[in-house]
Design a binder for this molecule. Structure first.
Ligand SMILES: Nc1nc2c(ncn2[C@@H]2O[C@H](COP(=O)(O)OP(=O)(O)OP(=O)(O)O)[C@@H](O)[C@H]2O)c(=O)[nH]1
Ligand SMILES: [Mg+2]
Ligand SMILES: [Zn+2]
Length: 374
């Protein structure tokens, strides 16, 4: 007991030192070097077993992980939500609406699974204000409801703590890619987020074709909204669907996500000025996920368009579970481990032949099982 108390004290001292260091850009290289050291320490400690200095060191590190949640001085910390994030920096909005440019406390970075996702837009955090509009993120709360994909072999969380994802596609310009839509639907379901399909630019599309496409997804039980940011079609319905919820706009680049947001929330362009230095560009080519409050209740994150999309952590045999319409037919497959590719006696393939499963959906399935990037 005594020993562990001592350890804890040591850790506290170290943490306090970290906290006092201001993350000025001239410190950046030095900081990076220190981070590398800590990461190396962790890696070494993980490999060594048996009794010895390294084992003790490992114990300390493990304790540090466990204690990191306790170490936060809740009396001086405030809860907030990450409005935009970039590397080790996060723009955090406190409950009173004030915004703080925050760095991330080193122990939080060390404990993160990978560097990409330390803080993401939508994260709920505890932060300590260090000035009028500056602070330090002390803790990132566990995420619920995420939209992620795989980037260079790592999970890339686009946004966290959302209840609904508005998967936006366009009727034309760019043409609708069903495979990309299906990937987003899978990603949302995997992340515990309700997917709402929004087909935008309906002013450009053939109404008959659009109705049939909308019908395909509506029959699967997805909510489908046909919109036009240009004419205002469907905007009121969208508003009702998003009211009082935390949502995200996701989809291919150029489908009109930001335009929809402007239609949903007139006057938002005024408010985007605040985050313009974070987004570093006009609102028409979104580079970074940014969270906006909605005047009719709730919030919505606008995200950058995605051209390529590899699913995160979905094994081939799991994919069928995300294709709701396959379920009744999977039981008819001759082999219990049927992947519905070339197997004999496959109930799913038979259903595709009989047009009971859409050929386009089956094609999406094949691409996902094949690990294709779309
Ligand atoms: N005809 C028509 N054009 C639209 C509509 N919605 C958006 N656009 C146009 O489509 C283009 C792209 O719109 P954005 O809102 O920037 O698209 P985005 O999805 O936010 O794109 P990224 O930020 O690159 O992901 C712009 O020129 C818009 O004016 C629509 O409903 N109808
Ligand atoms: Mg945009
Ligand atoms: Zn099968």
């Amino acid at each position: 007991m005594a020993k562990s108390r001592k350890t804890r004290q040591k850790l506290r001292v170290a943490f306090r030192k970290n906290r006092q260091r201001r993350a000025r850009s001239k410190d950046f290289t030095r900081q990076l070097r220190q981070e590398e050291e800590v990461v190396e320490d962790l890696a070494t400690a993980e490999r060594i077993s048996g009794k010895g200095a390294l084992t003790r060191h490992r114990t300390v590190m493990v304790e540090a992980q466990e204690q990191s949640r306790l170490e936060v001085d809740e009396a001086v910390c405030r809860p907030g939500r990450v409005v935009a994030a970039s590397g080790m920096h996060a723009l955090v909005e406190a409950e009173d609406g004030r915004r703080y440019e925050c760095t991330v406390r080193r122990v939080v970075r060390t404990l993160a699974r990978d560097v990409r996702n330390i803080v993401v837009t939508g994260d709920r955090v505890l932060f300590q204000p260090t000035g009028e509009d500056e602070g330090v993120v002390e803790r990132v709360e566990p995420r619920r409801g995420v939209l992620s994909r795989t980037t260079r072999g790592l999970e890339h969380v686009l946004v966290a703590n959302v209840e609904a994802a508005l998967i936006v596609a366009s009727a034309a310009d760019p043409p609708l890619k069903p495979n990309l839509v299906d990937r987003f639907l899978v990603s949302a379901e995997k992340g515990g987020v309700e997917a709402i399909l929004c087909i935008n630019k309906c002013d450009l599309g053939d109404p008959v074709e659009l109705q049939s496409l909308a019908g395909t997804y509506a029959r699967l039980g997805y909510r489908v909204v046909l919109t036009s940011a240009r004419t205002g079609l469907g905007i009121e319905r969208l508003r009702r669907l998003l009211m009082n919820r935390h949502s995200v706009l996701a989809g291919q680049s150029g489908v009109g996500k930001s335009s929809l947001l402007n239609a949903l929330q007139p006057g938002l362009d005024l408010r985007t000025d605040v985050v313009s230095e974070w987004t570093r560009k006009g609102r028409h080519t979104t580079r970074r996920a940014v969270l906006y409050p909605l005047s009719f209740g709730g919030s919505i994150a606008d995200t950058p368009g995605i051209r390529q999309f590899a699913l995160w952590a979905v094994a081939p045999e799991e994919v069928e579970g995300y294709f709701r319409e396959f379920r009744p037919f999977v039981a008819l497959c001759r082999f219990p481990d049927c992947l519905h590719l070339h197997e004999e006696g496959c109930g799913v393939k038979a259903a595709v032949t009989r047009a009971m499963i859409s050929a386009t959906r089956y094609e999406s399935y094949l691409r996902m099982v094949g690990g294709d990037v779309q």
